[in-house]
Design a protein around this ligand. Structure first.
Ligand SMILES: Nc1nc2c(c(=O)[nH]1)N[C@H]1C(S)=C(S)[C@@H](COP(=O)(O)OP(=O)(O)OC[C@H]3O[C@@H](n4cnc5c(=O)[nH]c(N)nc54)[C@H](O)[C@@H]3O)O[C@H]1N2
Ligand SMILES: Nc1nc2c(c(=O)[nH]1)N[C@H]1C(S)=C(S)[C@@H](COP(=O)(O)OP(=O)(O)OC[C@H]3O[C@@H](n4cnc5c(=O)[nH]c(N)nc54)[C@H](O)[C@@H]3O)O[C@H]1N2
Ligand SMILES: [Mo]
Length: 763
């Protein structure tokens, strides 16, 4: 195996670049999904695992937040779900001797791939200040150490508590409860780097930061527009829904700087036709847009819709809906009257006819769904772009009726549920009042730090203890060098994790790793086996029951870890029965049912097969919980990305064989990449214009204001049909190039999809 240190600039010796695939999944997909399981787990454990994924009595697959259909297939998972599940369920464990053999300094040279391959973490370990090794420690001692540190801080705001989106509802709820009882709202989470822009835009326009569709809506729609999303890799089960939608007559439009295989053609591994045939052609129209051009595209389509209405009054807009439920139409009309088509074409790189065609499809479709993911949210103008997306839907009443709606496709399997449970640095007073009422203490009201603010607060020396419930914070956040230096400046870092990653080796002065059970595993407590719950992209909540025995004895569940940490820290200062939470998760659900709207009968509802769907004003009754009580049509100033001569706009994205910072293999099958990740995809015309050649090695310099350039060295140029001027490289390696200050307006999400770069031949 190649051991590639993160960002060390050395190349993968075995890297090969082959042809691009023009279709997703099919026969190779199912084989690829079975192979890791079969080789590592043995057939019995594999069968148990794979037949429980996403079943009504099984566990929720942690690979994405794609919803489950009401009628489950025998195998309700995808290739990448199988990878995620087998990655966690591996019987390989990190041996006790590992810690004495490997110093933290030595581990800094290992890649994310290597770290993850060491197996499951099985015992708590502690690295005291001044030492270069972790060593095993008892759970009691671990909690005592953390509690001592937290209680010694001069203000609770000197600690930050990160959450990654795999955390289940029950854990998330007691975690935020602990953090607020301790006295801070410093609850940064992965959502700050992910769909935060969606939340910001949707809450102010439609009153809820969530999808307005249900799973069935895909069957009843006429048009699906997929923007800034690569479902073939990141939400493979969505392809089945798209295929079904097509079969019911829907049209699909994809908007992306890359012609992603899953967007173009799909072979469903669950059907015989999919296994042997050519599969289904998915996209009816592909818009090869320039990075960040989406706002201009959405405005241009909206303008065409308004013009069509002017030409034939009463036939295009949904006047009844607009009059009754929205505000702001006249302002939008006045604003778009001045939209300059030349600006639109420059920003999008598209031809007017292509935009006409999309507008025409939109006007002809009675019901439209727009889905989106990171291509829209991780942009400087993400919030404005999403406000435009909502404008377009509102014009034709495409919210709150069957087959229509706004559909952000979530990332982590429970990232949406974590927010519902209060993991947010700026929860509303209504939520905080409910906490106060239920638990009898007054939670802090001052907003806490989000992910980027946590790093900058560390830089200023204002945060000295960092605790993470899952995830890989330094691996996931921007500006790796700056982030790592910031974390190193803290006094204590604590990671609750299943497997090793970069965040375990870039530590504060002292550090702890607390191993935890994964979602696949049986969680046995005093009152019997426990289950947890999650909320998917379409607001459906259901139970997740671990089905395989824990990988080793002595690993605590996340609920147990949070309960014990809370008790060790708070003792009896607040009257909360933390130990009761660990004994019986129903007690946690009972509290949630008193605090979080929609969960009133949580313990009963979650036991129903298939779970329950949370209330959603826009979807259920066209109720918009905004400041005005109406859905807000907004005016947004068009701004597109300036690209100075000789520069490219670089996006950072996922390969097919990774889950965020977890690298399953060094391949990106659909894009033709094997045995390596140090590639930059560039349009052949740009390669020529820059005086480079395909296959050449280059250094990538990112330019940001007056700051010194950030650099990623010795990357191989791969000629690829990305939009002109738009390059692509893999996250997390390319995070070194993203300046900390480069964040989306208002949502403060790192601009991971638009980095201004210059390429120079490698020295
Ligand atoms: N197997 C697997 N599944 C996953 C994950 C994983 O890493 N692996 N991660 C999970 C998580 S946390 C998330 S958030 C989701 C991420 O799911 P995606 O958002 O699909 O992930 P990315 O790889 O970031 O892909 C972004 C897509 O947006 C396109 N894009 C980039 N810039 C622009 C732009 O300016 N305009 C438009 N229209 N498109 C653009 C890119 O070409 C790419 O197709 O997936 C989740 N599911
Ligand atoms: N440049 C760039 N940066 C990005 C992005 C991008 O597209 N480009 N995407 C952003 C997005 S969308 C996201 S969501 C973030 C992701 O940021 P994070 O959520 O912080 O990162 P992950 O890589 O998903 O975390 C993986 C780690 O979680 C731990 N883990 C896995 N399962 C469990 C479990 O069940 N319990 C616990 N306690 N731990 C577990 C393992 O130790 C594993 O190493 O990254 C963001 N960063
Ligand atoms: Mo995400």
């Amino acid at each position: 195996m190649t051991k590639k240190p993160l960002n060390d600039g050395s190349s993968y010796p075995d890297l090969t670049v082959g042809p691009i695939k023009h279709e997703a999944v099919g026969l190779p997909g199912i084989f690829h999904s079975m192979e890791p399981a079969l080789t590592k787990l043995g057939p019995a454990r594999t069968a148990r695992l794979l037949t429980s994924i996403n079943q009504k009595d099984g566990f929720d697959c942690m690979s994405c937040a794609w919803p489950d259909p009401d009628k489950r297939k025998a195998l309700e998972f995808c290739e990448n779900g199988a990878k995620a599940v087998t990655w966690e369920a591996t019987p390989v464990t990190v041996p006790t001797g590992f810690w004495a053999e490997n110093s933290v300094t030595e581990l800094l040279d290992k890649s994310e791939y290597w770290l993850g391959m060491q197996g499951r973490l099985v015992e708590p370990v502690y690295k005291p200040a001044g030492e270069d090794h972790y060593a095993p420690v008892t759970w009691e001692k671990a909690f005592e150490l953390i509690a001592g540190k937290l209680n010694g801080l001069d203000s609770p705001d000197r600690a930050a508590f990160y959450t990654s989106g795999r955390t289940a509802n029950e854990t998330a709820f007691i975690y935020q409860l602990f953090v607020r009882a301790f006295g801070t709202n410093n609850l940064p989470d992965c959502s700050n780097m992910c769909h935060e822009s969606t939340g910001t835009a949707l809450v102010e326009t439609i009153g809820i930061g969530k999808s307005t569709i249900a799973y069935d809506d895909f069957e009843h729609t006429d048009l699906i527009i997929i923007m800034g999303q690569n479902p073939g890799t990141n939400h493979p089960r969505m392809l089945t829904a798209l295929e079904d939608a097509k079969r019911s007559g829907a049209t699909i439009v994809a908007v992306n700087p890359l012609p992603e295989p899953g967007l173009i053609r799909y072979k469903n591994p669950q059907t015989v036709r999919g296994l042997i045939g050519r599969g289904t052609a998915l996209a009816d129209q592909f818009l090869h847009i320039r990075s960040g051009g989406d706002m201009a595209l959405l405005q241009a389509v909206a303008k065409r819709v308004l013009d069509a209405e002017d030409a034939k009054p009463g036939t295009v807009l949904d006047h009844q809906f607009l009059d009754e439920y929205t505000l702001g139409l006249d302002e939008l009309k006045a604003h778009l009257a001045h939209l300059d088509e030349a600006d639109v074409l420059a920003a999008t790189g598209l031809a007017s006819e292509e935009i006409d065609e999309l507008a025409d499809r939109y006007i002809r479709a009675d019901r439209t769904i727009i889905t989106w993911a990171m291509g829209l949210t991780q942009q400087k103008k993400a919030v404005e772009t999403l406000r435009e997306l909502i404008n377009l839907l509102l014009l034709r009443g495409n919210i709150g009726r069957p087959g229509a709606g706004a559909s952000p496709i979530r990332g982590h399997s429970n990232v949406q549920g974590d927010r519902t449970m209060g993991i947010w640095e700026q929860m509303s007073d209504t939520f905080l009042d409910a906490i106060e009422h239920e638990f009898g203490f007054n939670p802090p009201r001052k907003h806490g730090t989000d992910a980027l603010q946590t790093i900058t607060a560390m830089q200023r020396g204002e945060i000295s203890v960092f605790i993470a419930l899952g995830g890989n914070f330094v691996g996931a956040i921007s500006d790796t060098a700056a982030a790592e230096a910031a974390v190193r400046g803290t006094e204590l870092t604590v990671q609750v994790s299943t497997k090793l990653n970069r965040s375990h080796v870039v530590t504060g002065e002292a550090a702890l790793i607390l191993p935890t059970l994964g979602r696949t595993e049986v969680d046995l407590q005093e009152t019997g086996p426990q289950f947890v719950s999650v909320e998917d992209s379409v607001c459906a909540v259901h139970g997740s029951h671990g089905r395989i025995p824990p990988v080793a004895p002595g690993i605590l569940s996340e609920v147990a870890i949070v309960s014990r940490l809370a008790h060790a820290t708070l003792r009896d200062t607040i009257d909360i029965d933390w130990a009761g939470f660990e004994r019986d998760y129903d007690i946690i659900r009972e509290h949630i049912s008193h605090v979080v709207p929609g969960f009133e009968n949580f313990n009963t509802d979650v036991r129903r097969k298939g779970g329950f769907v949370l209330p959603n004003g826009p979807r259920d009754s066209r109720t918009f919980d905004t400041a005005t009580g109406k859905a807000m049509i907004t005016v947004n100033h068009l701004e597109s990305i300036e690209r100075p001569e000789g520069r490219l706009i670089l996006q950072t994205m996922r390969a097919h064989d990774q889950f965020n910072t977890t690298i399953y293999s060094l391949n990106d099958r659909y894009r033709g990449i094997k045995n390596g990740r140090d590639v930059i995809f560039v349009n052949p015309d740009d390669i020529a214009e820059l005086g480079l050649r395909d296959g050449q090695r280059v250094d990538i310099f990112s330019e940001w204001k007056n700051e010194p350039d950030r650099v990623l060295r010795n990357y191989r140029v791969v000629a690829y049909p990305t939009a002109r001027g738009c390059a692509a490289a893999y996250y997390p390696e390319a995070n070194v190039l993203i300046p900390l200050a480069s964040a989306a307006d208002r949502s403060n999400t790192p601009v991971s999809k638009a980095i201004l770069v210059r390429l120079e031949p490698a020295g």
